[in-house]
Design a protein around this ligand. Sequence first.
Ligand SMILES: *Cc1c(COP(=O)(O)O)cnc(C)c1O
Length: 221
Amino acid sequence: MSSIHSNLQAILAQLPATVKLVAVSKTKPVSIIQEAYQLGQRDFGENKVQELCNKQPLLPPDIRWHLIGHLQTNKVKYIAPFVHLIQSVDSLKLLSEINKQAGKNDRIINCLLQVYIASEETKFGLAKEELVELLQSPEYAAMKHIAIAGLMGMASNTTNTQQLHNEFKSLKTLFTEVKNSFFSNINTFKEISMGMSGDYLIAVEEGSTMIRVGSSLFGER
Ligand SMILES: *Cc1c(COP(=O)(O)O)cnc(C)c1O
């Protein structure tokens, strides 16, 4: 058995059936994605538009591509024709551009709003007040080509498990509040994307529905 095969089996064995694995393939070659695909993996995550656009045409069309890294508005047009889920929406301006480009492609693009949960200054994401402001804005209300599927967050880069539990808990709590306030009868608002190689078991304990795992699956970058 290849290491990707055994890594994939080991990770999937730990996940409840309700939690989806997004295989983070950034910096890894197409051959490795192909291998995971042949093992049944369909959801892959990339953090750079250029890299995603290079890889996508070389791989099977039924792969669900997730954009998980910071996205600049001027690059949305390159991924709009095919991206499955943009997980890193962190401004109304970016959401407006996604809506515009999705319209041009005659599709609805699924998005997650990235929320700032870490105690580190470097992580992107909306603060709670900004998230609420976005969802209350008339601009958002008028968007016809995006669907908000849930929230995404990145915890601090720490081995302090109590802190990780607290940060993931805060995202779950916020998800529930936002669900009740803005999406109470919208079934497609259901994803809490949280958990990476170092912390996905804790994230799953705290209610993650989608984990984004790279190095534990494909090896160190
Ligand atoms: C790289 C990355 C991951 C995966 O990180 P690993 O530690 O390799 O599992 C998850 N989410 C985001 C946003 C990333 O950029």
